[in-house]
Write a protein that binds this ligand. Structure first.
Ligand SMILES: CC(C)(COP(=O)(O)OP(=O)(O)OC[C@H]1O[C@@H](n2cnc3c(N)ncnc32)[C@H](O)[C@@H]1OP(=O)(O)O)[C@@H](O)C(=O)NCCC(=O)NCCS
Length: 150
């Protein structure tokens, strides 16, 4: 079940994010808080067994008419059930209704599961962003930029 999320989900989202990513890869609480309060964001959560098991946040630009997907996380115990795909597609539908023409994102070059998900849902690799991630402990800090026209 997809629901809109907001700043009241902050704590739960931070917890999920910490479970979803290697420790050094987590966005700062300040950044998450900022994203949840932006009026031009789309924040969606997926509920299963009466709790939030995943979420997605994207920022819309009226200037470029593109939605930038900033984060997507599904709880490890709830993966491979289609929730990631559902969150992504629900964001695309909403972005389209808000007259966006494309969605784009960055993904670590060795994040196979996420790259597979994006490719499967129609995203194409546009190029590599060198040193996109700054965390020193990551074995790879480069990211693919991927885009889908809506
Ligand atoms: C990436 C992530 C969001 C996927 O969520 P999910 O709910 O498991 O994804 P779905 O069940 O919707 O998977 C859809 C498709 O993606 C691909 N996929 C997902 N996980 C995969 C994996 N571990 N290995 C290979 N392909 C995978 C498959 O093609 C899958 O379809 P299938 O199950 O019919 O084969 C989840 O693994 C996650 O939270 N990872 C950590 C955070 C992260 O990396 N986020 C993305 C940052 S850019």
């Amino acid at each position: 079940m997809i629901r809109e999320g907001d700043f009241r989900d902050f704590k739960e989202m931070l917890k999920l994010e910490r479970q979803g990513f290697p420790r050094e890869h987590v966005y700062s609480p300040y950044y998450l808080n900022y994203l949840l309060k932006k009026p031009n964001s789309i924040v969606l959560k997926v509920l299963a067994e009466q709790k939030m098991v995943g979420f997605i946040i994207s920022l819309l630009s009226q200037a470029t008419r593109e939605a930038h997907i900033i984060n997507l996380t599904v709880h490890p115990s709830f993966r491979r059930r289609g929730y990631g795909k559902l969150l992504l597609q629900s964001t695309e539908e909403r972005a389209k209704k808000k007259e966006m023409i494309a969605c784009y994102l960055e993904v670590r070059v060795n994040n196979e599961s996420a790259i597979n998900l994006y490719k499967k849902t129609g995203y194409k690799i546009e190029g590599v962003v060198k040193e996109y991630y700054t965390y020193p402990l990551l074995e790879s800090r480069d990211a693919y930029k991927m885009r889908k026209r809506l």
